[in-house]
Design a protein around this ligand. Structure first.
Ligand code: MRU
Length: 339
């Protein structure tokens, strides 16, 4: 991912391991400042996930893997660190998949096994997302109007992105699309993070409030929707940022293709259907205020589900590292993972 700090240009993933700790681009401060934070103990690591300093399913997975392997290297109790990390955010399955991988590496090869497993998980995330870009770029011609939601870019995946990878890849080949970015209340991952990533690379885009999505689609301004996912279960149902389901329903009503871009680390073949996915409910304060400023009637309570579930029948295709799959191919892949 290319980004600038002052006059200097960087090409780095959104987090990396350095001297036994993990350095992250702290997503709480974007787009107003690019702050690099160094995460050391388990408390800091768990807090970084809970507060969305690190966010996006594959990034949480890679960060969790590095965190667990570093704690193990420092002689901390692996089971306790695993428990603290796995309970930090419940919906994105990449975290559990990554932590399982590190524990398996540790059981088989001790500290070196844990460290090697974390490295290989992170490496696979980057390579999977690059291949998602290769798969999805075929859908994009010059000027294709794509709507996306939340941030499924490099910040969410170390590099490339899931939904954003095909866009980046198409731009490199001269097929620059136009991107509608929905702001993604209450934490603005769309208007803060996706818009920041796109503007760093000069990709044309415009931000809309979430509730403008239906209007913009019905006005004939959207050729396709591409989103990421936090968990795709055995039947192809998926959880993604709150607001995804509404977009999928409107897209189907209007005949607009709806694609979901996913690396294999986001698959959960053990959960049979979407209604069984644990949905994170976050603190109401995120709805009631914005950047520390109260935004709602102080005597009213709020409800803040962070994700929703989109049934597989709304999905036109799953953009994967191995091509664009329909729901039947995806279910077959899930069955093969269970064998
Ligand atoms: O709460 P967040 O910001 O972690 O939610 C992230 C999303 O919903 C993304 O769309 C999802 O993780 C896919 S990112 C590749």
């Amino acid at each position: 991912m290319k980004f600038r700090i002052g006059d200097r240009e960087f090409d780095r993933p959104c987090l990396w391991e350095e001297d036994g700790s993990t350095v992250i681009i702290d997503q709480r401060f974007l787009p107003f400042s690019v702050v690099l934070s160094r995460m050391r103990g388990i408390g800091e690591m768990v807090n970084a996930i809970k507060t969305l300093a690190v966010r996006g399913a594959p990034s949480i997975g890679a960060f969790g893997a590095y965190s667990l392997s570093q704690c193990i290297s420092k002689g901390e109790d692996p089971e306790r660190c695993h428990r603290d990390l796995i309970t930090s955010r419940p919906t994105a399955v990449d975290l559990g998949n990554a932590l399982d991988r590190v524990m398996e590496g540790y059981r088989e090869g001790g500290v070196d096994g844990a460290v090697g497993s974390a490295d290989s998980f992170a490496g696979e995330v980057v390579e999977s997302c690059r291949r998602i870009g290769e798969s999805g770029k075929k859908l994009i011609s010059r000027g294709t109007r794509i709507m996306t939601h939340c941030n499924a870019g490099a910040l969410a995946t170390l590099d490339w992105g899931t939904a954003v990878a095909p866009i980046r890849m198409a731009v490199r080949e001269g097929n620059t699309p136009f991107v509608w970015v929905s702001e993604t209340r209450p934490l603005f991952q769309g208007s803060r993070l996706t818009a920041w990533e796109l503007s760093q690379e000069g990709i044309p885009h415009r931000i809309i409030v979430d509730s403008a999505s239906g209007y913009v689609m019905r006005s004939g301004e959207v050729d396709m929707i591409v989103v990421g996912a936090d968990r795709v279960c055995a039947n192809g149902d998926l959880a993604n940022k709150i607001g995804t389901y509404g977009k999928a329903v409107v897209a189907r009503e209007l005949g607009i293709p709806f694609y979901v871009a996913i690396p294999w680390s986001t698959l959960d073949p053990k959960t049979s259907e979407g209604d069984l996915i644990p949905i994170e409910t976050r603190c109401g304060g995120e709805v009631e205020s914005c950047m520390g400023k109260p935004m709602s009637n102080p005597r009213s309570a709020s409800f803040n589900p962070a994700f929703d579930v989109t049934p597989s029948e709304y999905v036109t295709g799953y953009i994967t590292p191995d091509g664009i799959l329909d729901v039947h191919d995806l279910r077959e892949k899930m069955r093969s993972l269970m064998q």
